[in-house]
Design a protein around this ligand. Sequence first.
Ligand code: PSZ
Length: 285
Amino acid sequence: MAFALLNGQIINRSEAKVDIEDRGYQFGDGVYEVIRVYNGKMFTVNEHLQRFVKSADSIGITLPYTTKEIAEMLEELLKKNNLKLGNIYMQITRGTAPRNHLFPPANVPPTLVAYTIKADRPVEKLEKGVKTILTEDIRWLRCDIKSLNLLGNLLAKQKATEAGCYEAIQHRGQDVTEGSSSNIYIVKNGVVITHESDHLILKGITKDVILGLCGKNNIPVEERTFSVDELRDADEVFLSSTTSEVMPVIEINGTKVASGAPGSVTRKLQTFFEQEIERQCRILE
Ligand code: PSZ
């Protein structure tokens, strides 16, 4: 039996339903998080919960629980579902109210949902690397909010998949921003370069872990905008996300990145990242 968390209660997954006038359903009026679970333990849970609060706050949704309370509820959910390796999906919406663009009265409670998904690590892709396409970034200007409104991201991902690729690298004119569901990095002359965490990208939790690992291991980092030309001319390219970890990119629009094999800095960061998983969650399954 699988369980889900709905408004503070752990109930049967099949009974976890929300109203057709939930504002998440009608407007995408909410925010979400995906938290990775290794060995039954949540990886970087505090960072995810802090970003959840920040995203909610930036659209005027107040969480009805403290992050400590949410962490405890998620722990219980993990135990009940006996999840060892997978993801927690969690979202909060502005609640249920008669359809109106205006926010409902403040006494309308938000809807908080969480459930678990079993998911292996993408080991083969991590080993071989993945292919990508380039696509114009058509999203709004608050990509720092982890909003339920993902249409721009979905269209980009679908385009990548239809081209036989894993990810779409988005760019605003010459400026590379991020993947449809990942942050993007280039390596040039040993320097890791990735877009600054401003309103044009999501400040990835994995990105923060990776930049921390670069710092500890004396790998120079430049957080700045880089161009499509720099991307094409890079020594190495990789992407990161909660589920993709440190993922080598070996092809862009049918052209190989450098020699077409994952690069040495990318490989080092993969090793450091696995050590970080082991440090936080003890065993890597
Ligand atoms: O399972 C999946 O496919 C996941 S889990 C998280 C993501 C994909 N992507 C998160 C994400 C994103 O959606 C965008 C637009 N930019 C960057 C990221 C990376 O964020 P973190 O590292 O926090 O997952």
